[in-house]
Design a protein around this ligand. Structure first.
Ligand SMILES: *Cc1c(COP(=O)(O)O)cnc(C)c1O
Length: 427
């Protein structure tokens, strides 16, 4: 595999950007070696600057559910750009996108567009605090909600509920308002609420965890979150930035039939442009400025380009045939990868929710951060490079989810499964 040009660009990039990238995981640190620099992408394929073609299962970390450069999205964007890229004033497009989102997510009565998932979660927490007049946030170990100060926290030792900052630059005082609990642990959750409910404004959760691979909630876990938060007047926030339109059209809340108070969206609803959104119950969202006293604003929020890409994407997703095709492709991939591992004699655990998935190199059931850590990351590293060599681009970390798109064909899946079998054999 020729990567001379990527290597040269990486060297240049390192001189002008921290780690040579604009977002850490792109730098391949978890797998070693040089990141690929990308020249273009189309459908299910991505092309690096050395001219190599790969089947792409990263899809910009989830947003591109229709595949790269989907014709209707490109066409609409070209038209939109001619009319100006941003006005800083309301447009009818924003109403159209809000209406499309509401159709998929009935729990969202009112919605506010922002520019990233991070902004969505940060703002949703602020509204929850304004609404409850309480300060503390409950989050779960291994869930990622963007780089919000108070959420960059990892569990302290000894199963204590008080965490330690996960990043330099986060004051201990910021995370003193965050309570961190293990995912899928219903008892720990109940006990914590019983003790601390008077101080807790909200509980934020990835209903299916996509940021430590792909971890499914136990049957009763999400239901317990709903019942208990309701009992104590705590706002339940589903961070569906990744799961929205991925686990199902109406996200994990549709699939698991649990209705949160607030929902955060991003990724897919921007169709590949920078977008986030948060919304939910009317009486909570009415507190957002200018209707209410919770301040939140954005120069480029709801800009016509991002909103147009979102509208065109959601239009395609609104057709039931879309999810039928996605499901069929995903089933082929699931079957193929499981068979390939079995035939090669490699023990893995494979999980998926809708069109997001993960293959863990472990024999243990993965149910939370601790069990996810039982994965053999050295085996994953070899798997990553083996797949890349065979022109399959997967996320360069064991703890990231994989994604498929509408553009992935049965032939893509066949090639991928063959590559996986050959790579598994090498481990
Ligand atoms: C990606 C992601 C975010 C952060 O979104 P950005 O647009 O990267 O800020 C937040 N929550 C979840 C669940 C995500 O997957």
């Amino acid at each position: 595999m020729k990567t001379r040009k990527s290597k040269k660009l990486y060297k240049k990039a390192l001189a002008v950007m921290p780690g040579g990238v604009n977002s850490p995981v792109r730098a391949f640190r978890a797998v070693g070696g040089n990141p690929l620099f990308i020249a273009k992408a189309k459908g299910s394929k991505i092309y690096d600057v050395d001219g190599n073609e790969y089947i792409d299962y990263v899809l910009s970390w989830g947003p591109l559910i229709l595949g790269h450069a989907y014709p209707a999205v490109v066409k609409a964007l070209k038209k939109a750009v001619e009319k100006g890229t941003s006005y800083g004033a309301p447009t009818s497009l924003e109403i159209e996108l809000a209406t499309l989102v509401k159709k998929a997510f009935p729990s969202i009565e009112k919605i506010r567009m922002v520019n990233s998932g991070t902004e969505a979660t940060m703002s949703a927490i602020r509204v929850a605090r304004g609404f409850t007049k309480r300060n503390k946030v409950v989050k779960f170990e291994g869930c990622y909600h963007g780089h919000v100060d108070g959420l960059l926290v990892s569990a302290g030792s000894g199963g204590a509920t008080f965490g330690i900052p996960d990043s330099l630059g986060v004051p201990q005082s910021y995370i003193s308002e965050t309570i961190i609990l293990p995912f899928n642990d219903t008892e720990a959750f109940k006990n914590t609420l019983k003790q601390h409910w008077k101080e807790i404004a909200c509980v934020i959760v990835e209903p299916v965890v996509g940021n430590m691979g792909c971890i499914l909630p136990k049957e009763e876990f999400l239901k317990t979150l709903r019942e208990e938060t309701e009992k104590y007047g705590i706002v339940l926030i589903f961070d569906e930035v990744m799961t929205g339109f991925r686990v199902a059209f109406g996200g994990a809340q549709q699939y698991y039939r649990v209705k949160p108070d607030l929902t955060c969206l991003g990724k897919v609803i921007g169709g590949g442009l920078p977008v986030g959104a948060y919304g939910g119950r009317k009486e909570i969202m009415s507190l957002v400025a200018p209707e209410g006293g919770v301040y939140q604003a954005g120069t480029l929020s709801g800009n016509p380009l991002a909103v147009t890409a979102g509208i065109e994407t959601l239009k395609v997703l609104s057709k039931t045939s879309t999810y039928k095709k996605l499901e069929k492709t995903m089933q082929s991939l699931e079957r193929g990868l499981k068979d390939a591992a079995k035939q090669a004699g490699v023990k893995v655990k494979f999980y998926r929710a809708g069109t997001m998935f993960c293959t863990y190199f472990t024999e243990k059931e993965v149910i939370d951060a601790q069990t996810a850590k039982t994965s053999d990351t050295e085996a994953f590293k070899k798997f990553f490079w083996g797949m890349l060599k065979r022109r399959v681009y997967i996320a360069p970390s064991q703890f990231e989810a994989g994604f498929i798109s509408l553009a992935h064909t049965e032939k893509d899946i066949e090639k991928t499964v063959k590559a996986a079998y050959e790579t598994f054999k090498e481990l």
